[in-house]
Design a protein around this ligand. Structure first.
Ligand SMILES: *[C@@H]1O[C@H](CO)[C@@H](O)[C@H](O)[C@H]1NC(C)=O
Length: 330
């Protein structure tokens, strides 16, 4: 009798103990998982090198494209932004030259020119001589940004606006994506043409899809030239081969030269562009895309270009290129 009472007490005590032990094991397990997660995130690279895996310097490989890229900056009356952009991109390893599309009535001042050259010398890490050139334009047209450039050393052009900055790491990654598909546009700002269903699909009308719709649907068919790589041959095609009516259209409407470029590349390749994940820093104030009526104008351009082409050349896709070193979970 006594023995069994004692025994029961022991069992009860043991149950209690084992219950709390289970709880503490769970807590420990959770803690362990958390720590392992954090450690693997922060020490991803270190762990890899412990295993004898080191990241090869993918930028040192010898490919015919290793000449690097030319940064083509479109600027207008925002010298401070231009200075920031040049200051930043001068330090990117793959940079070969900087071309500044200058459409102001007055040429750039000597002091600006001097400042930028000095900046480039100071910031360049590659030890290469980085070329800086202003491409002066008489008329103020949006087509200026796609004027053909003589004596370009690189096939790759990284076209950007002066009010956005991308870290060199993102630029270099996009460049490596472009090297795998050098006929297509590779960029950071995707947009979409949606079929306008409200008209019952009788006539093919399209709606311009901004970042919100692309983010929601994950589908896009253009990358904007405010931040994109493309082959230099498209400058020639845009300036000399594309129907003049399209260039006149963008000059008159003061808009949509980027859509025109997307049409041109899509019409040439029959393929979609490639959207690359990258960090974006906006350094300017609010741009044109946030002002009212913007998407109506873009929609009008879209449909007018379809009429000029006689068909819709844009191809939609859902592919997005990411750097696998930074996507931890496979
Ligand atoms: C589109 O491509 C086709 C076939 O490559 C070409 O014949 C046509 O001229 C191009 N259209 C425009 C508007 O450039």
């Amino acid at each position: 009798m006594r023995g069994s009472l004692f025994g029961r007490r022991i069992t009860a005590r043991f149950r209690q103990l084992s219950k709390s032990a289970v709880v503490s094991i769970k807590v420990k397990l959770l803690l362990f998982i958390c720590i392992a997660f954090i450690v693997s995130l922060t020490a991803h690279n270190r762990a890899a090198s412990l295993m004898g895996w080191t990241h090869p310097d993918i930028h040192q490989s010898s490919s015919p494209f290793r000449k690097g890229y030319t940064v083509l900056i479109n600027t207008w009356k925002r010298t401070d932004l231009l200075k920031q952009s040049v200051f930043h991109y001068a330090s990117c390893p793959g940079l070969d030259a900087i071309h500044i599309v200058w459409s102001e009535p007055d040429p750039p001042s000597d002091s600006l020119d001097e400042f930028l050259r000095h900046t480039i010398q100071l910031r360049s890490k590659s030890g290469k001589l980085i070329k800086l050139r202003f491409d002066l334009n008489m008329e103020d047209s949006l087509n200026n940004r796609f004027k053909e450039i003589q004596d370009l050393k690189t096939d790759a052009i990284f076209s950007i606006d002066d009010d956005v900055i991308f870290p060199c790491e993102s630029v270099e990654f996009a460049f490596s994506v472009w090297q795998s598909a050098s006929d297509t546009m590779v960029g950071f700002v995707p947009r979409m043409h949606w079929l306008d269903e409200s008209r019952g699909g009788m006539e093919c009308r399209y709606l311009y899809g901004g970042w919100l719709s692309v983010w929601w649907m994950g589908t896009y068919s253009m990358v904007l030239s405010k931040a994109a790589f493309f082959h230099k041959k498209y400058l020639d095609l845009y300036t000399n081969q594309m129907p003049a009516s399209i260039r006149e259209y963008t000059t008159e409407n003061r808009n949509c030269e980027d859509i025109a470029m997307s049409f041109l590349v899509a019409n040439t390749t029959g393929a979609p562009p490639i959207w690359v994940k990258g960090k974006i820093y906006e350094i300017g104030s609010v741009g044109i895309s946030t002002t009212g009526g913007h998407s109506d104008r873009r929609t009008r351009c879209l449909n007018d270009f379809v009429a000029l082409y006689g068909r819709m050349p844009l191809v939609a896709t859902t592919v997005k290129a990411i750097d696998s070193r930074h996507s931890w979970f496979w």
